[in-house]
Design a protein around this ligand. Structure first.
Ligand SMILES: Cc1cc2nc3c(=O)[nH]c(=O)nc-3n(C[C@H](O)[C@H](O)[C@H](O)COP(=O)(O)OP(=O)(O)OC[C@H]3O[C@@H](n4cnc5c(N)ncnc54)[C@H](O)[C@@H]3O)c2cc1C
Ligand code: SF4
Length: 505
């Protein structure tokens, strides 16, 4: 749907955690705002809970792939990103964690600067959590908006096994609604991570942030792909768009332009706009991070979740600081994660193993290890020579983990294996994650143009009315899932825009 006007106070590209939070805040401050999003609104029908429709048929797949080379691969392979209003929040797993004060050592602002925005983001997203007095938890200005739901049997099993090992499990803060009567409540279906919630109980930003702000100065134009920005004399003059329904081009203007298309697409748009040619060439598209994630799986001699209960409820954060002295970063966290449905297992298993693996799905229980990874300049997004279905240069993504990334991951895997073994699981094995679900850092913010592409307010150095407000801004990845940090920072950026861009400087 094309925007209703040609001129706005603010044009926002992308409607994920970053874009939605900026859009909502600017609209609340009286700006006339349009969000340009290439995906459709979530359908929220039965097919949204169908593994066949969402995973196998890629119901929300973008019209063009990214070309990705990772691990030891020599060739680039296609990866189809998700395109939907609400961005990855629509299919995310709901974990909403804060970074620790120690994670901000190389950032141009501190945990204390971000804390009030973390608290606001938690309120907007209706986070359910329990304050943990443990020393590794970051300081908070108040309690969580809601208490967590009851621990379900599979989570309780891992909780008890961890206690027997002397570990300290805590409750994973979640954006999934259990207690708020004014919003749809979770019905504990067996799809969640990787799927939209057809009820809207996941508190994704399409449902919890964008919809309530529409009509109050906020417009969402879906099925609009942004091709590039037109720059003139140090400012963005217009945003060049393609209508996904017929491929035709049109332009929109904004006093302020905020790009929040995700850490793989934001640099692509900026590179297509001619940025990244001068000093910013050292940063734009570089330092891609994604966490060093792995799922540790165990086979149990009994059905692990016969009731089909939701159990992504636990977090093990006590190892967070263990390697900081040696490696200079956080280690990361271990989290409870649900077993995918048999159809999803069949789809992703190596050739020939799909059917047998899916027959054992009900005997599996898993833990997810989220390890911090390092920003490396060679991990990057560049423009390829080929063009996509809309005639735009495609993005080519290269990523390799460092030896130290693998050390951190191994440290967590050893502990995750102990917990699963302690709960009765055997054998135990690991599966690295190949999606770029936690892509971060490709347009990093910094104190100086000599060390990053964005200033501390996430304004592009040298382009007065251009901001970046998604996962791209992060100078380091930290050791927790990123969505709450992206959301909190976007609220901070919006405040800087309203104040005239002077915020943190
Ligand atoms: C399966 C899965 C589970 C996850 N679980 C968790 C979790 O439990 N906790 C957590 O913290 N994080 C989780 N994440 C990660 C988290 O969802 C992302 O880090 C976060 O959503 C990124 O937000 P963003 O605003 O940077 O970008 P995105 O959410 O990627 O939003 C960018 C938007 O821009 C649109 N766009 C892209 N290019 C263009 C263009 N050219 N023109 C117009 N629009 C464009 C995209 O369609 C998209 O809607 C998960 C991710 C996945 C995939
Ligand atoms: S588990 Fe709950 S929040 Fe998640 S998709 Fe199912 S009903 Fe929605």
């Amino acid at each position: 749907m094309r925007p209703a006007a040609e001129q706005y106070d603010a044009v926002i590209v992308g409607s994920g955690f970053g874009g939605a939070m900026v859009a909502q805040s600017l609209a609340a401050a009286g700006f006339r705002v349009v969000v340009l999003e290439r995906g459709v609104w979530p359908w929220r029908d039965d097919a949204d809970w169908s593994p066949h429709q969402v995973i196998v048929r890629n119901r929300y797949g973008a019209s063009a792939p990214l070309w990705v080379r990772q691990y030891r691969q020599r060739r680039f392979r296609p990866l189809w990103p998700t395109a939907v209003v609400g961005g990855l929040s629509v299919i995310f797993g709901g974990a909403a964690m804060r970074l620790r004060s120690t994670d901000f050592a190389h950032w141009p602002f501190s945990y204390a600067d971000l804390e009030p925005y973390y608290a606001r983001a938690e309120r907007l997203l209706g986070i359910h959590g329990a304050v943990d007095a443990a020393a590794w938890e970051p300081p908070r200005s108040g309690p969580f908006p809601h208490a967590p739901g009851e621990l379900n049997a599979p989570a309780q099993r891992l909780h008890d096994a961890a206690l027997r090992l002397g570990y300290s499990p805590s409750r994973l803060p979640l954006a999934i609604n259990v207690h708020d009567a004014s919003r749809p409540r979770c019905a504990e279906c067996t799809t969640c991570d990787g799927f939209p919630c057809k009820l809207g109980a996941k508190n994704d930003v399409a449902e919890a942030v964008l919809r309530p702000a529409m009509g109050a100065g906020l417009e969402v134009a879906d099925r609009v792909t942004v091709a590039q920005l037109r720059l003139e004399r140090g400012a963005v003059r217009s945003v060049v768009c393609c209508d996904e329904s017929d491929g035709t081009q049109f332009e929109v203007r904004g006093r302020v332009v905020v790009v929040a298309a995700g850490a793989l697409h934001t640099p692509t748009i900026l590179l297509r706009s001619g940025l990244g040619q001068e000093g910013d060439a050292a940063f734009l598209g570089r330092f891609l991070m994604r966490h060093c994630n792995i799922v540790v799986c165990a086979l149990f001699p009994f059905a692990t979740n016969p009731e089909g209960a939701f159990h992504k409820q636990l977090c093990f954060a006590q190892f967070y600081e263990d390697l900081r002295h040696e490696l200079g970063t956080a280690t990361g966290v271990i989290q409870d994660i649900s077993t995918p449905t048999p159809e999803v297992i069949r789809h992703f298993a190596p050739r020939g193993l799909g059917r047998p693996a899916s027959l054992f799905a009900h005997l599996l229980q898993n833990l997810l290890c989220v390890a911090e990874d390092e920003p490396q300049a060679d991990n990057r997004v560049v423009l390829g020579a080929a063009r996509d279905a809309l005639g735009l240069p495609v993005a080519m993504v290269t990523h390799r983990y460092s030896r130290r990334d693998l050390v951190r991951r191994r440290y967590l895997v050893v502990r995750a294996r102990r917990i699963l073994r302690g709960a009765g699981g055997w054998p135990v094995w690991s599966m690295p994650i190949e999606t770029f679900s936690h892509a971060l850092g490709t347009v990093r913010c910094s104190d100086s143009p000599a060390t990053g592409a964005l200033d501390p307010d996430c304004r592009y150095w040298g382009v007065d009315n251009l901001y970046v407000a998604d996962a791209s801004f992060m100078p380091t990845s930290g050791g927790v899932n990123p969505s709450l940090t992206i959301a909190a920072n976007a609220l901070r950026v919006a405040e800087a825009i309203v104040a005239g861009g002077s915020g943190a400087r």
